[in-house]
Design a protein around this ligand. Structure first.
Ligand SMILES: [Zn+2]
Ligand SMILES: [Zn+2]
Length: 337
Protein backbone atom coordinates (compact mmCIF):
# COMPACT_ATOMS: atom_id res chain seq x y z
CA UNK A 1 0.00 0.00 0.00
CA UNK A 2 1.06 3.61 -0.46
CA UNK A 3 1.50 5.88 2.55
CA UNK A 4 3.00 9.27 3.39
CA UNK A 5 5.63 8.24 5.95
CA UNK A 6 7.57 10.49 8.32
CA UNK A 7 11.13 9.20 8.72
CA UNK A 8 12.78 12.30 10.20
CA UNK A 9 10.99 15.51 11.26
CA UNK A 10 11.98 18.67 9.40
CA UNK A 11 10.61 21.80 7.73
CA UNK A 12 7.78 20.89 5.34
CA UNK A 13 9.53 22.84 2.55
CA UNK A 14 12.08 20.00 2.56
CA UNK A 15 9.33 17.41 1.95
CA UNK A 16 9.87 15.30 5.10
CA UNK A 17 7.07 12.87 4.21
CA UNK A 18 8.01 10.06 1.82
CA UNK A 19 5.14 8.86 -0.35
CA UNK A 20 6.20 5.23 -0.66
CA UNK A 21 5.04 1.64 -0.96
CA UNK A 22 5.03 -0.05 2.50
CA UNK A 23 3.71 -3.40 3.78
CA UNK A 24 -0.01 -3.41 4.50
CA UNK A 25 -0.76 -3.78 8.23
CA UNK A 26 -2.54 -6.88 9.50
CA UNK A 27 -5.11 -6.42 12.30
CA UNK A 28 -4.30 -7.98 15.68
CA UNK A 29 -6.77 -8.84 18.44
CA UNK A 30 -9.42 -6.13 18.83
CA UNK A 31 -8.28 -4.34 15.68
CA UNK A 32 -9.63 -3.85 12.17
CA UNK A 33 -7.86 -2.85 8.97
CA UNK A 34 -9.62 -0.11 7.04
CA UNK A 35 -9.27 1.12 3.49
CA UNK A 36 -8.79 4.85 4.09
CA UNK A 37 -11.35 6.94 2.20
CA UNK A 38 -10.48 10.37 3.63
CA UNK A 39 -8.11 11.83 6.23
CA UNK A 40 -8.16 15.41 7.47
CA UNK A 41 -4.93 17.38 7.82
CA UNK A 42 -4.56 18.83 11.32
CA UNK A 43 -2.22 21.66 12.37
CA UNK A 44 -0.86 19.27 15.02
CA UNK A 45 0.23 16.98 12.13
CA UNK A 46 2.24 19.90 10.76
CA UNK A 47 3.87 20.47 14.17
CA UNK A 48 4.77 16.79 14.56
CA UNK A 49 6.15 16.57 11.02
CA UNK A 50 8.32 19.63 11.67
CA UNK A 51 9.44 18.32 15.08
CA UNK A 52 7.96 21.00 17.34
CA UNK A 53 4.96 19.16 18.82
CA UNK A 54 4.65 17.54 22.25
CA UNK A 55 7.67 15.90 23.93
CA UNK A 56 8.32 12.33 22.78
CA UNK A 57 5.97 12.80 19.83
CA UNK A 58 5.95 10.88 17.61
CA UNK A 59 6.55 7.96 19.94
CA UNK A 60 8.75 6.28 17.32
CA UNK A 61 9.95 6.73 13.76
CA UNK A 62 9.04 6.08 11.05
CA UNK A 63 5.38 6.94 11.61
CA UNK A 64 2.37 7.58 9.39
CA UNK A 65 0.55 10.76 10.55
CA UNK A 66 -3.17 11.50 10.35
CA UNK A 67 -5.87 11.30 13.01
CA UNK A 68 -9.20 12.33 11.47
CA UNK A 69 -9.94 9.33 9.33
CA UNK A 70 -12.87 7.78 7.51
CA UNK A 71 -12.42 4.28 6.13
CA UNK A 72 -14.14 1.06 5.20
CA UNK A 73 -13.39 -2.11 7.15
CA UNK A 74 -11.48 -4.53 4.92
CA UNK A 75 -10.28 -7.08 7.50
CA UNK A 76 -11.31 -7.90 11.07
CA UNK A 77 -8.89 -9.12 13.74
CA UNK A 78 -9.56 -11.81 16.37
CA UNK A 79 -12.20 -11.00 18.97
CA UNK A 80 -13.84 -8.08 17.15
CA UNK A 81 -17.61 -8.35 17.45
CA UNK A 82 -18.91 -4.82 16.84
CA UNK A 83 -17.65 -4.39 13.26
CA UNK A 84 -17.77 -6.40 10.06
CA UNK A 85 -16.11 -6.12 6.66
CA UNK A 86 -17.72 -3.31 4.68
CA UNK A 87 -18.66 -1.09 7.64
CA UNK A 88 -17.72 2.56 7.14
CA UNK A 89 -16.11 3.91 10.29
CA UNK A 90 -14.31 6.96 11.60
CA UNK A 91 -11.15 7.10 13.71
CA UNK A 92 -10.45 10.02 16.01
CA UNK A 93 -7.16 11.13 17.60
CA UNK A 94 -7.70 8.91 20.64
CA UNK A 95 -6.84 5.51 19.23
CA UNK A 96 -7.38 3.76 22.59
CA UNK A 97 -7.36 4.35 26.34
CA UNK A 98 -6.57 2.06 29.24
CA UNK A 99 -10.23 1.70 30.21
CA UNK A 100 -9.54 1.24 33.93
CA UNK A 101 -8.00 4.42 35.32
CA UNK A 102 -9.95 7.07 37.21
CA UNK A 103 -10.34 9.24 34.10
CA UNK A 104 -11.55 6.35 31.97
CA UNK A 105 -14.16 5.13 34.45
CA UNK A 106 -15.47 8.60 35.32
CA UNK A 107 -16.52 9.67 31.83
CA UNK A 108 -13.34 11.59 30.92
CA UNK A 109 -11.44 9.00 28.92
CA UNK A 110 -9.79 11.75 26.82
CA UNK A 111 -7.66 12.55 29.91
CA UNK A 112 -6.29 8.98 30.20
CA UNK A 113 -2.51 9.05 30.72
CA UNK A 114 -2.15 5.71 28.93
CA UNK A 115 -4.06 6.73 25.84
CA UNK A 116 -2.69 5.89 22.40
CA UNK A 117 -2.86 8.67 19.83
CA UNK A 118 -3.63 7.97 16.19
CA UNK A 119 -0.77 9.05 13.94
CA UNK A 120 1.51 9.84 16.90
CA UNK A 121 1.89 6.63 18.91
CA UNK A 122 0.16 4.44 16.30
CA UNK A 123 0.25 4.74 12.51
CA UNK A 124 -2.48 7.01 11.21
CA UNK A 125 -4.49 7.80 8.13
CA UNK A 126 -2.03 9.29 5.62
CA UNK A 127 -2.15 5.84 4.01
CA UNK A 128 -4.25 3.62 1.79
CA UNK A 129 -4.81 1.21 4.70
CA UNK A 130 -4.54 1.67 8.48
CA UNK A 131 -5.37 -0.23 11.64
CA UNK A 132 -8.13 0.98 13.94
CA UNK A 133 -9.06 -0.12 17.44
CA UNK A 134 -12.54 -1.62 17.06
CA UNK A 135 -13.64 -0.38 20.49
CA UNK A 136 -12.92 3.25 19.53
CA UNK A 137 -14.20 3.11 15.95
CA UNK A 138 -17.40 4.94 15.24
CA UNK A 139 -19.83 3.87 12.49
CA UNK A 140 -20.68 6.73 10.13
CA UNK A 141 -24.25 7.38 8.98
CA UNK A 142 -24.73 6.81 5.22
CA UNK A 143 -25.85 10.36 4.55
CA UNK A 144 -22.45 11.86 5.48
CA UNK A 145 -19.89 11.96 2.65
CA UNK A 146 -16.38 10.68 3.43
CA UNK A 147 -14.71 14.06 3.11
CA UNK A 148 -17.47 15.84 5.04
CA UNK A 149 -17.24 13.32 7.91
CA UNK A 150 -13.43 13.13 8.27
CA UNK A 151 -13.00 16.61 9.85
CA UNK A 152 -15.64 15.78 12.44
CA UNK A 153 -13.20 13.31 14.03
CA UNK A 154 -10.79 15.99 15.30
CA UNK A 155 -12.08 19.52 14.72
CA UNK A 156 -15.66 18.37 15.26
CA UNK A 157 -15.13 16.62 18.58
CA UNK A 158 -12.73 19.35 19.72
CA UNK A 159 -15.31 22.04 18.98
CA UNK A 160 -18.01 20.02 20.73
CA UNK A 161 -15.91 19.61 23.88
CA UNK A 162 -15.14 23.32 23.96
CA UNK A 163 -18.77 24.37 23.59
CA UNK A 164 -19.81 21.95 26.34
CA UNK A 165 -17.28 23.51 28.72
CA UNK A 166 -18.49 27.03 27.90
CA UNK A 167 -21.86 26.05 29.48
CA UNK A 168 -23.89 28.25 27.11
CA UNK A 169 -27.55 28.86 27.89
CA UNK A 170 -30.24 30.01 25.46
CA UNK A 171 -30.05 33.76 24.88
CA UNK A 172 -26.56 34.15 26.32
CA UNK A 173 -23.70 35.73 24.38
CA UNK A 174 -20.81 33.49 23.42
CA UNK A 175 -17.74 34.78 21.60
CA UNK A 176 -15.66 32.44 19.43
CA UNK A 177 -12.09 33.64 18.80
CA UNK A 178 -10.47 32.22 15.67
CA UNK A 179 -12.69 31.00 12.83
CA UNK A 180 -10.51 28.28 11.33
CA UNK A 181 -10.85 24.51 11.05
CA UNK A 182 -12.18 24.15 14.61
CA UNK A 183 -13.64 27.60 15.27
CA UNK A 184 -16.06 27.47 12.34
CA UNK A 185 -17.54 24.28 13.79
CA UNK A 186 -17.55 25.62 17.37
CA UNK A 187 -19.57 28.64 16.35
CA UNK A 188 -22.19 26.44 14.67
CA UNK A 189 -22.42 24.15 17.73
CA UNK A 190 -22.66 27.09 20.11
CA UNK A 191 -25.50 28.46 17.99
CA UNK A 192 -27.39 25.17 18.32
CA UNK A 193 -27.58 25.70 22.10
CA UNK A 194 -29.69 28.80 21.54
CA UNK A 195 -26.87 31.16 22.49
CA UNK A 196 -26.06 34.25 20.40
CA UNK A 197 -22.67 33.65 18.84
CA UNK A 198 -20.20 36.42 18.07
CA UNK A 199 -17.16 35.59 15.98
CA UNK A 200 -13.83 37.35 16.48
CA UNK A 201 -11.13 37.19 13.80
CA UNK A 202 -8.52 39.43 12.19
CA UNK A 203 -9.43 37.94 8.81
CA UNK A 204 -12.24 39.49 6.79
CA UNK A 205 -12.70 36.21 4.93
CA UNK A 206 -13.15 34.35 8.24
CA UNK A 207 -15.58 36.97 9.54
CA UNK A 208 -17.64 36.68 6.36
CA UNK A 209 -17.70 32.88 6.69
CA UNK A 210 -18.77 33.21 10.34
CA UNK A 211 -21.76 35.33 9.36
CA UNK A 212 -22.70 32.87 6.62
CA UNK A 213 -22.61 30.09 9.23
CA UNK A 214 -24.99 31.90 11.55
CA UNK A 215 -22.87 34.13 13.79
CA UNK A 216 -24.94 37.05 15.04
CA UNK A 217 -21.99 39.42 14.74
CA UNK A 218 -18.39 39.36 13.50
CA UNK A 219 -15.73 41.44 15.24
CA UNK A 220 -12.01 42.14 15.26
CA UNK A 221 -9.78 42.02 18.37
CA UNK A 222 -9.46 45.41 20.09
CA UNK A 223 -6.80 47.59 18.49
CA UNK A 224 -7.06 45.90 15.09
CA UNK A 225 -8.29 47.94 12.13
CA UNK A 226 -11.05 46.82 9.84
CA UNK A 227 -14.03 46.34 12.14
CA UNK A 228 -15.64 46.72 15.53
CA UNK A 229 -14.35 45.07 18.71
CA UNK A 230 -16.60 43.47 21.33
CA UNK A 231 -17.41 45.62 24.35
CA UNK A 232 -15.88 44.93 27.80
CA UNK A 233 -17.94 42.45 29.81
CA UNK A 234 -20.47 41.86 27.03
CA UNK A 235 -20.14 38.07 26.74
CA UNK A 236 -21.16 35.24 29.05
CA UNK A 237 -18.43 32.96 27.70
CA UNK A 238 -15.58 32.99 25.20
CA UNK A 239 -14.10 30.05 23.31
CA UNK A 240 -10.56 30.54 22.00
CA UNK A 241 -9.13 28.73 18.99
CA UNK A 242 -7.05 31.65 17.75
CA UNK A 243 -3.33 30.80 18.20
CA UNK A 244 -2.44 34.11 19.86
CA UNK A 245 -1.75 35.11 23.45
CA UNK A 246 -3.47 38.38 22.68
CA UNK A 247 -6.69 36.40 22.11
CA UNK A 248 -6.70 35.18 25.73
CA UNK A 249 -6.40 38.72 27.05
CA UNK A 250 -9.18 39.74 24.69
CA UNK A 251 -11.38 36.85 25.81
CA UNK A 252 -10.86 37.76 29.48
CA UNK A 253 -11.71 41.38 28.68
CA UNK A 254 -14.98 40.66 26.87
CA UNK A 255 -16.51 38.18 29.36
CA UNK A 256 -18.64 39.32 32.26
CA UNK A 257 -17.61 38.86 35.90
CA UNK A 258 -18.14 35.16 36.62
CA UNK A 259 -17.81 34.32 32.92
CA UNK A 260 -15.84 31.48 31.37
CA UNK A 261 -12.99 31.33 28.88
CA UNK A 262 -12.45 27.95 27.20
CA UNK A 263 -8.99 27.44 25.68
CA UNK A 264 -8.75 25.03 22.78
CA UNK A 265 -5.14 25.97 21.99
CA UNK A 266 -2.18 26.18 24.37
CA UNK A 267 -1.53 29.79 25.37
CA UNK A 268 -0.17 31.80 28.26
CA UNK A 269 -2.98 33.24 30.34
CA UNK A 270 -1.09 35.97 32.21
CA UNK A 271 -2.14 37.62 35.45
CA UNK A 272 -5.85 37.27 36.23
CA UNK A 273 -7.86 39.62 38.39
CA UNK A 274 -9.43 37.30 40.97
CA UNK A 275 -12.05 39.86 41.94
CA UNK A 276 -14.21 39.09 38.91
CA UNK A 277 -14.28 35.33 39.62
CA UNK A 278 -13.69 34.46 35.99
CA UNK A 279 -12.87 30.88 34.99
CA UNK A 280 -10.31 29.75 32.42
CA UNK A 281 -10.60 26.10 31.44
CA UNK A 282 -8.69 23.97 28.94
CA UNK A 283 -10.32 21.47 26.63
CA UNK A 284 -9.02 18.56 24.59
CA UNK A 285 -10.97 16.21 22.33
CA UNK A 286 -13.77 14.21 23.98
CA UNK A 287 -15.23 10.81 24.75
CA UNK A 288 -16.71 8.24 22.41
CA UNK A 289 -20.15 9.43 23.47
CA UNK A 290 -19.18 12.99 22.48
CA UNK A 291 -18.11 11.65 19.07
CA UNK A 292 -21.49 9.96 18.62
CA UNK A 293 -23.21 13.24 19.57
CA UNK A 294 -21.20 15.13 16.93
CA UNK A 295 -22.20 12.65 14.22
CA UNK A 296 -25.85 12.91 15.27
CA UNK A 297 -25.71 16.70 14.97
CA UNK A 298 -24.02 16.47 11.56
CA UNK A 299 -26.45 13.89 10.18
CA UNK A 300 -29.33 16.27 10.85
CA UNK A 301 -27.62 18.75 8.50
CA UNK A 302 -26.96 21.21 11.33
CA UNK A 303 -23.19 21.21 10.95
CA UNK A 304 -21.27 22.16 7.86
CA UNK A 305 -17.57 21.29 7.75
CA UNK A 306 -15.83 23.49 5.16
CA UNK A 307 -13.17 21.37 3.46
CA UNK A 308 -10.83 21.23 0.45
CA UNK A 309 -9.79 17.84 -0.93
CA UNK A 310 -6.39 16.70 -2.21
CA UNK A 311 -4.78 13.40 -3.32
CA UNK A 312 -2.82 11.63 -0.56
CA UNK A 313 0.32 11.84 -2.74
CA UNK A 314 0.28 15.64 -2.21
CA UNK A 315 0.55 15.46 1.61
CA UNK A 316 3.79 17.50 1.76
CA UNK A 317 2.33 20.16 -0.52
CA UNK A 318 -0.86 20.35 1.60
CA UNK A 319 1.17 20.77 4.81
CA UNK A 320 3.12 23.59 3.14
CA UNK A 321 -0.15 25.29 2.20
CA UNK A 322 -1.38 24.89 5.80
CA UNK A 323 1.86 26.42 7.09
CA UNK A 324 1.59 29.41 4.78
CA UNK A 325 -2.12 30.00 5.32
CA UNK A 326 -3.21 29.05 1.82
CA UNK A 327 -6.03 26.65 2.68
CA UNK A 328 -9.73 27.43 2.70
CA UNK A 329 -11.30 25.18 5.32
CA UNK A 330 -9.97 21.82 6.36
CA UNK A 331 -7.69 20.05 3.93
CA UNK A 332 -8.71 16.42 3.45
CA UNK A 333 -6.42 13.82 1.86
CA UNK A 334 -8.09 11.26 -0.37
CA UNK A 335 -6.04 8.13 -1.23
CA UNK A 336 -6.42 7.12 -4.84
CA UNK A 337 -7.85 10.52 -5.86
ZN1 LIG B 1 -6.26 17.21 15.06
ZN1 LIG C 1 -7.32 5.36 31.34
Amino acid sequence: MYAAVLRAPGPVENQPLDYIDVPEPVPGPGEVAITVLACGVCRSNLHMVEGDWLPATPAALPIIPGHEVVGRVKAVGPGVENLTVGDRIGVQPIWSTCGVCGHCVSGHEQRCRRRQITGETRDGGYAEVMLANAAFACKIPDSLADTEAAPLFCPGITAYGAVKKALPRPGQNVAVFGIGGVGHLALQMAGLTGAHVNAVSRSLKARTLAEQLGARGAYVPAGIDGGLALRDGSQDAAIVFAPSDHAVAEALRVIKPGGRVVLGVAQSVGVMDIGDEKTVVGTVLGTRQDMADVLNIAVDGKLHAVHEDFPLSEANHVLQRLKTGQLHGRAVLVPGA
